[in-house]
Design a protein around this ligand. Structure first.
Ligand SMILES: NC(=O)C1=CN([C@@H]2O[C@H](COP(=O)(O)OP(=O)(O)OC[C@H]3O[C@@H](n4cnc5c(N)ncnc54)[C@H](OP(=O)(O)O)[C@@H]3O)[C@@H](O)[C@H]2O)C=CC1
Ligand SMILES: N[C@@H](CC=O)C(=O)O
Length: 367
């Protein structure tokens, strides 16, 4: 039996609990939940918390959130424990090394720990038995899985890891890595779209309502979400990519880059609809569409993130909905290995996290 503690029960964390409940996961047991205010943990016997009443129990809990106490509770469990970080918090990701050192595995869709400081990344890799050279010691070995940090539930990182481990040589990884920006430009910049269709700001609003955006949608439009995914893939492919030096095209209009809150940003975005309309019309006149792409250029050193134009015949031009498309060009796959599908939203993200939890459970229990 594997104990699970979930940090962050917003959109993605709640959906994960719903998926665990719907499938009555037999060898996974949720024993702790915390948001930034309150926490609940089970008793000393680590019984499962209620997967139907958890919201009320967390809201009514008189125990203040304390990630130190939360992690110790999980580390003290008789069976293997996993902390699932479903926040977008940098501060929470800084705690992964301490959790791993205490023997607790980490599963997360949070990109911060794997794309932030290279030192933190290398420390996590060195401590997790599945990522680095740490000795594997059966059920005690802590593991770290983060499939949902790139492409939500799409098998992007597991495929990349397998290619690297089996001796393939990655030349480049390119694609549309953002569900939000895919949805935005698929709907806004199509050669068949009629005049007077939805404005740019209206489509951003829908993407937010559909759960595709980051908690703060500026993190999507400023390119940082894609830059983080490019950094994560680049590091797995052997590059020491760093966000501070990666070229990133920020498409947030200048005057909106410094507004105080996400709400103010959303309220002012309609003032810039004409700016985006003109960009789109420029592309249309050339018979092209706009697409926001990321590139990991292992051989050529040109990794980065940009808004580019593509003709209708290009595969990026005909994507649907929030789909991501990621193409690996490698020694084994000189014509490309392509992964495509829904790349954002609570259901697919939680599917990726749940699959990672099953990998931990299979690895520590052997079935
Ligand atoms: N939406 C998607 O399609 C995808 C999302 N992701 C990632 O999933 C993660 C979660 O996203 P989402 O569910 O939309 O985010 P939400 O904003 O809906 O939820 C975040 C949760 O984290 C909690 N939280 C924040 N800081 C802390 C803290 N310091 N300690 C404890 N809890 C904290 C919040 O608590 P409180 O309410 O108290 O503030 C809230 O419960 C993000 O990292 C995102 O990038 C990854 C792939 C796809
Ligand atoms: N905001 C992100 C969510 C998944 O990582 C996106 O739009 O792709």
């Amino acid at each position: 039996m594997v104990n699970i503690g979930i940090v962050g029960v917003g959109l993605v964390g709640s959906e994960l609990l719903a998926q665990l409940h719907a499938t009555s996961a037999k060898r996974l047991k949720v024993v702790g939940l915390t948001n930034s205010r309150n926490m609940v943990v089970s008793d000393t016997e680590y019984k499962s918390l209620s997967l139907t009443q958890w919201k009320q129990e967390l809201e009514n809990s008189s125990v203040a959130a304390d990630l130190g106490v939360f992690a110790k509770y999980l580390a003290d469990a008789p069976d293997h424990s996993v902390i699932v970080d479903c926040t977008a918090s940098d501060a929470v990701s800084q705690l992964y090394p301490a959790w791993l050192k205490a023997g607790v595995s980490v599963v997360t869709p949070n990109k911060k720990g794997f794309s932030g400081s290279l030192d933190l990344y290398k420390e996590i890799v060195a401590l997790a038995a599945n990522l680095g050279p740490a000795p594997v010691d059966g059920a005690k070995s802590p593991l770290a899985y983060h499939e949902s940090t790139v492409g939500a539930g799409l098998p992007v990182l597991s495929t990349l890891t397998d290619l690297v481990k089996t001796g393939d040589e990655i030349e480049k990884i390119e694609g549309i890595f953002s569900g939000t920006l895919s949805y935005l430009f698929n709907n806004f910049s199509s050669l068949s779209s009629s005049e007077g269709s939805q404005s740019f700001s209206e489509i951003v609003k829908v993407a937010k309502e559909l759960g595709y955006t980051e908690p703060d949608p500026r993190d999507d439009l400023n390119g940082m979400d894609v830059a983080r995914k490019v950094t994560i893939c680049g590091r797995l492919a052997g590059l020491d990519l760093d966000l501070s030096t990666l070229p990133v095209e920020n498409i947030v209009p200048g005057p909106l880059q410094s507004v105080a809150s996400a709400d103010e940003f959303m309220a002012k975005l309609p003032e810039f609809d004409d700016h985006f309309k003109q960009l789109n019309e420029g592309a249309k006149k050339e018979g092209q569409v706009l697409r926001y792409v990321g590139l990991v250029d292992v051989k050529g050193g040109q990794s980065g993130v940009k808004l580019l134009k593509y003709p209708a015949s290009h595969p990026f031009a005909s994507l649907q909905g929030s789909d991501n498309i990621i193409k690996f060009t490698t020694k084994y796959f000189p014509n490309g290995l392509i992964i495509q599908g829904a790349g954002a939203g609570a259901a697919v993200t939680s599917f990726g996290i749940y699959s990672d939890l099953l990998k931990v459970q299979e690895r520590v229990e052997g079935f």
